[in-house]
Design a protein around this ligand. Structure first.
Ligand SMILES: [Zn+2]
Length: 77
């Protein structure tokens, strides 16, 4: 796991096109959402599209949780 993360980080830095788009949580999820911040992260080269949430529990990907590389791109672009 640790080695794999290191390899992914290097790939992101030097080769993978990434698009991070901030969204309005209330407009996207509804006015009652407790999500404070929201991003749509597109990762090229087959990395797909990820919805990343930030709320009182922390920052996490809708599909993959905290370990998702999209989370790291949002927190530390
Ligand atoms: Zn993800």
């Amino acid at each position: 796991m640790t080695r794999r993360r290191t390899n992914e980080a290097q790939t992101e830095l030097f080769a993978t096109p990434v698009h991070v788009e901030p969204l309005d949580p209330k407009a996207t999820l509804g006015g009652s959402t407790r999500v404070e911040r929201l991003w749509r992260v597109r990762i090229g080269d087959g990395g797909g599209t990820h919805l990343v949430f930030h709320d009182r529990h922390g920052t996490y990907c809708e599909e993959h949780g905290r370990a998702c590389r999209a989370v790291r791109l949002v927190v530390n672009p």
